[in-house]
Design a protein around this ligand. Structure first.
Ligand code: GTP
Ligand code: NA
Ligand code: MG
Length: 290
C-alpha cells in the first residue's frame, strides 16, 4: 500500500437488530424521508445504501432486514461495514435477531454502537435492555463497559444527534482511509431488473473511484458503466470510497454480495466474466450428475 495515496473516507455503518425494532425508521429519520411507509408490510426487503451528512461529515448507512429469513444479508452487512448500530427497542427486549446481529458483529470483528430505540413509548425501559445486553457480555459504557450507547426515538428524533456524535467518535478511532486514485473495487448491495434501465445494481465502492465508461466484472457478469445515479435518481460523474451508487450497464443481473471489480479494459473484463461463467456451468453440470 502506497500510504501517500490514502485519503480519509466516510465510515460505512450498518443498522441491524430484531424485526420491527426501528432500523428503517432510524434511517428514515436520518434521511428525513419515509422509506418504511412505502415498504410491503413495513418489512425491509433489501439492503439499501444511503449517504447522510451530519455536521459536515459524511456517513454511509446500510439498512438490513430483521426478518429471520434474511440471515445471509445481515452477515453480508456485517462484513462490508466499519461500524454496526445495534437497534434494540426499549419497550421490547433482546430478541433472537438481536443476538444473531451481535454474533455477526463478533465474527466480523467490527465495531458496534448500541441504539436503544422507542424511548418515547410508555413501556420503554432502557435499563432493562442494558441488563439483558450485559447478560450477553455486551457491557455499555455506563455499566463499566466499552460499548457506546444512545437512548433514542426514531419517531421523535430524541437522542439521534447523540447517537451520531458517538458514531463519529467511533469512526475517528478507526482512522478510515482509502485510495481514490485507482480502479474501483466494491460490493453489490442490491440488484434488480428495471423496466426502462435494464439490469441495475446498487454498488458500494470500498476503494478506488468508479467512473462512467469503466469496464467491470460483478460475480460472473461483465458490464460497462453507462450511468451512475444517487438514491434520488440524479446522475453522478464518479463514486469514490464509501460511496454507494446505482450502476447502469450490467449485461446480466448480479447478486447481492457479489464482488464488483473494475478491470483495465474491456478485453480483461470480458475474459474474467466468461471464465467465471464457464466455471459456473461446470459446477451446475456436476450438480445435475449428482
Ligand atoms: P424490519 O425491517 O421489518 O426488521 O423492521 P425495522 O427494524 O426496520 O422497523 P421499522 O422501522 O419498520 O419500525 C417498526 C415499527 O415501529 C413501525 O411501526 C415504526 O413506526 C415503529 N417505530 C420505530 N421506531 C419507533 C420509535 O422510536 N418510537 C415509536 N413510538 N415507534 C417506532
Ligand atoms: Na418493520
Ligand atoms: Mg426495516
Amino acid at each position: 500500500v502506497d500510504e501517500s495515496m490514502l485519503e480519509p473516507r466516510a465510515p460505512i455503518v450498518t443498522i441491524m437488530g430484531h424485526v420491527d425494532h426501528g432500523k428503517t425508521s432510524l434511517l428514515d429519520y436520518l434521511r428525513k424521508s419515509n422509506i418504511t411507509a412505502g415498504e410491503a408490510g413495513g418489512i425491509t426487503q433489501h439492503i439499501g445504501a444511503y449517504e447522510v451528512e451530519y455536521e459536515g461529515k459524511k456517513i454511509t448507512f446500510l439498512d438490513t432486514p430483521g426478518h429471520e429469513a434474511f440471515t445471509a444479508m445481515r452477515a453480508r452487512g456485517a462484513q462490508v461495514t466499519d461500524i454496526v448500530i445495534l437497534v434494540v427497542a426499549a419497550d421490547d427486549a433482546v430478541m433472537p435477531q438481536t443476538i444473531e446481529a451481535i454474533d455477526h458483529v463478533k465474527a466480523a470483528g467490527v465495531h458496534m454502537v448500541i441504539a436503544i430505540n422507542k424511548i418515547d413509548k410508555p413501556g420503554a425501559d432502557p435499563e432493562r435492555i442494558k441488563q439483558q445486553l450485559a447478560e450477553r457480555d455486551i457491557l455499555v459504557e455506563d455499566w463499566g463497559g466499552t460499548y457506546q450507547c444512545a437512548e433514542i426515538s426514531a419517531k421523535t428524533g430524541q437522542g439521534v444527534s447523540d447517537l451520531l456524535e458517538k458514531l463519529l467518535l467511533e469512526a475517528e478511532m478507526l482512522d478510515l482511509k482509502a485510495n481514490p486514485h485507482k480502479r474501483a473495487v466494491g460490493v453489490v448491495i442490491e440488484s434488480r431488473l428495471d423496466k426502462g434501465k435494464g439490469p441495475i445494481a446498487t454498488v458500494l465502492v470500498q476503494d478506488g473511484t468508479l467512473k462512467v465508461g469503466d469496464h467491470f466484472v460483478a460475480g460472473h457478469h461483465y458490464g460497462r458503466v453507462r450511468a451512475l445515479l444517487n438514491e434520488k435518481n440524479e446522475r453522478m460523474k464518479t463514486a469514490g470510497p464509501s460511496q454507494p451508487a446505482v450502476v447502469l450497464g450490467f449485461e446480466g443481473i448480479p447478486q447481492a454480495g457479489d464482488r464488483f471489480v473494475v478491470m483495465k479494459d474491456e478485453k480483461a473484463a470480458r475474459e474474467l466474466a466468461s471464465k467465471r461463467q464457464q466455471l459456473k456451468r461446470e459446477q451446475e453440470a456436476k450438480q445435475v450428475k449428482m
